[in-house]
Design a protein around this ligand. Structure first.
Ligand code: HEM
Length: 458
């Protein structure tokens, strides 16, 4: 069976484009070959890319057993481990999802509201008037502290500080386009200075910390600990067996990696757009101010325009360019074509979000479009869909809204260089380019921090 058309350029060349300038590669390939098209990157088998919502619906709603997805994430195995939710398929995948989904939803998630605000305020108090700060670093500090707390239930402690540093260094080491290309193309034993050897060194340090934490928590098991590690330690499968250390390590690593850089990137983009477009900031501030001086996290999370700003942020430059590729387990028909077993098929998140039929003027940041109409779960897909949809979706949106609201309510900020930014790849995410700085111009009169400091001084 033939695949849809696509570029005939050599696969290492397509890999360089996919890594170095992914959005240009997607736009030019889609313009030339239409939808769907087939891309061939690096050593990987061909990937068929879809952006039509009808095709995405078929990918996301296919019967269980139609596709595997874990198998296509094999490039993540050296970092996340073979037991990671992102790499599992079939019943084991479903079982782990049932375990990991509840802590990121409902009451359990809302319990983190105050923590998110507190962590954000701890970062904000360091910002000094007139001193620019790097937006991504600030947002990463917040999202890492939040996910570490959710996963381990700990806020301080030397091990967590070391874990924070080691994770940050690992993600930095993996994220440049050159490191990514080398990691994907070079053999494992390329030498001590290769990106793979450096990655291994970071992983070694992180594993040591994770295994030490697992050991300690097993020895002093607390059935009442509300965090995710406690939940995983208590879990038993159908045969009554507990998770082994390697399984625990892989799931913890997955949550730490999947849950922090993604959210940090989304929040950095949101702050960029809000400060790049004064009318967006004004409307948002008017909405936030309508809640009074010390708004409740739940009220913030329900604000319609804030929700629209978060959605538009995730639409225009979705953090993930594509959902995990689905691998057909048997011949499947998507729209008018059959795909044989083994074919890799991807929901193209970025391209789906840039279809002018769905989103008129797709290159324009316009949150109002989310107030004017509702988009289907196959048109607006920043968190993927179906049985693989991001388990952190509700949590990430909640965190984004609370952090943005807290920042806006506390500080007046402006962009150091107010210009239109183009996204760049950072690891597997689509991020703002390096050097995105905001500068505080003053405190807001509605500041909670200000009112607390002045009350403390009385
Ligand atoms: C703005 C932030 C985030 C974005 C844009 C995002 C996006 C995504 C996407 C596109 C997928 C693939 C879905 C698919 O293949 O259909 C995914 C999967 C996943 N995400 Fe997220 N994510 C975010 C935050 C989080 C957070 C906070 C966590 C953890 C707490 C998390 C954990 C996961 C996990 C474990 C998976 C694998 C699910 C599976 O394969 O069954 N993500 N995410």
């Amino acid at each position: 069976m033939s695949l849809p058309p696509g570029p005939s350029s050599p696969s290492p060349f397509q890999l360089m484009q996919w890594i170095g300038c992914p959005t240009d590669y997607l736009h030019t390939t889609a313009a030339r070959y239409g939808d769907p098209f087939t891309m061939r990157v690096g050593v990987f088998p061909p990937l068929v890319m879809f952006s039509d919502p009808r095709a995405i619906q078929q990918l996301f709603t296919a019967e269980a057993g139609t596709f595997d997805a874990g198998a296509s994430n094999v490039a993540l195995r050296p970092t996340l481990g073979a037991n990671s939710l992102l790499l599992l398929d079939g019943e084991r995948h479903q079982q782990q999802r049932r375990l990991l989904t509840p802590p990121f939803h409902g009451e359990r998630m809302r319990a983190y509201g105050e923590l998110i605000r507190q962590v954000t305020e701890e970062v904000i108090v360091r910002w000094q008037p007139g001193k620019p700060f790097l937006v991504r670093n600030a947002m990463q500090r917040i999202s890492l502290a939040v996910i570490l707390q959710a996963v381990f239930g700990l806020h301080d402690g030397t091990r967590l500080v070391r874990l924070r540093q080691a994770l940050g260094s690992m993600l930095d080491a993996m994220s440049s386009p050159l490191s990514m290309a080398m990691l994907l193309m070079l053999p494992e034993d390329f030498g001590p200075w290769s990106p793979r050897a450096r990655l291994q060194a970071h992983l070694g340090a992180i594993d040591e910390l994770l295994y030490a934490e697992i050991r300690e928590r097993r020895e002093h098991f607390d059935a009442g600990a509300g965090d995710i590690l406690g939940l995983l330690l208590a879990a038993r499968d159908e045969a009554g067996a507990a998770m082994g250390d390697a399984e625990l390590r892989d799931e913890l690593m997955t949550l730490l990696v999947a849950g922090h850089e993604t959210t940090a990137t989304a929040m950095a983009w949101a702050l960029y757009w809000i400060h790049y477009l004064p009318q967006v900031r004004e409307r948002l501030l008017a909405e936030l101010d309508s809640l009074g001086s010390d708004p409740d996290p739940e009220a913030i999370a329900r604000l319609p325009y804030l929700g629209a700003v978060c959605s538009e942020t995730l639409r225009i430059y979705p953090v993930a360019l594509i959902a995990s590729p689905r691998v057909a387990r048997h011949t499947v028909r998507i729209l008018e074509r059959d795909y044989e077993a083994g074919t890799r098929l991807a929901a193209g998140i970025y391209l789906a979000h840039h279809r002018p039929e769905t989103y008129p003027e797709p290159e324009r940041f316009r949150p109002e479009r989310f107030l004017e109409r509702t988009f289907s779960p196959y048109e607006f897909v920043p968190f993927g869909g179906g049985s693989r949809r991001c388990i952190g979706m509700a949590f990430a949106l909640y965190e984004m809204k609370l952090v943005i609201a807290t920042v806006l309510l506390e500080r007046d900020l402006r962009l150091v260089q107010p210009r239109l930014l183009r996204p760049v790849r950072r690891g597997v995410t689509l991020a703002p380019p390096e050097g995105l700085y905001l500068v505080p111009t003053g405190e807001r009169s509605a500041s909670r921090l200000l009112s607390r400091t002045s009350t403390a001084g009385q």
